[in-house]
Design a protein around this ligand. Structure first.
Ligand SMILES: [Zn+2]
Length: 123
């Protein structure tokens, strides 16, 4: 197949397939762990082929090291530490740290906005 940019409809179809595969992976997790992991692998293959970004919903639900589907309380541990989310994959032991400063910033901005709006209202 030709390399380079793909038509928009093709990317949309690919995105949909990635979403379906992650949903299936979640469904299969308690039924068939191997199949679940295969779905994740397929989804990642598609995303790589079409240069897709994994949706934020699923971005934290798989291990970037062993490519297995992660379910908090089943095969991964989620902890909050020093403004970071630590996701430990219990399949391979890899710890992934995601800073959540962006969420903090949004929260702070919202707080400021809230106060200025309130202030403006009183005047
Ligand atoms: Zn892992």
């Amino acid at each position: 197949m030709r390399r380079g940019r793909r038509p928009k409809w093709m990317i949309n179809v690919a995105e949909e397939r990635v979403n379906i595969l992650f949903n299936r992976a979640q469904e299969e997790l308690n039924l068939n762990r191997d199949r679940s992991n295969r779905y994740v692998q397929m989804a990642l293959d598609i995303s790589k082929k079409y240069n897709l970004k994994i949706d934020t919903t699923w971005n934290r639900r798989y291990c970037k090291n062993c490519h297995k589907f992660l379910q908090p309380g089943v095969n991964c541990q989620v902890r909050l530490k020093n403004s970071r989310v630590e996701i430990k994959c219990q399949e391979c032991g890899k710890i992934r740290r995601i800073p959540y400063t962006r969420e903090k910033k949004v929260k702070r901005r919202r707080k400021i906005e809230f106060h200025t709006i309130k202030k403006g209202h009183n005047e």
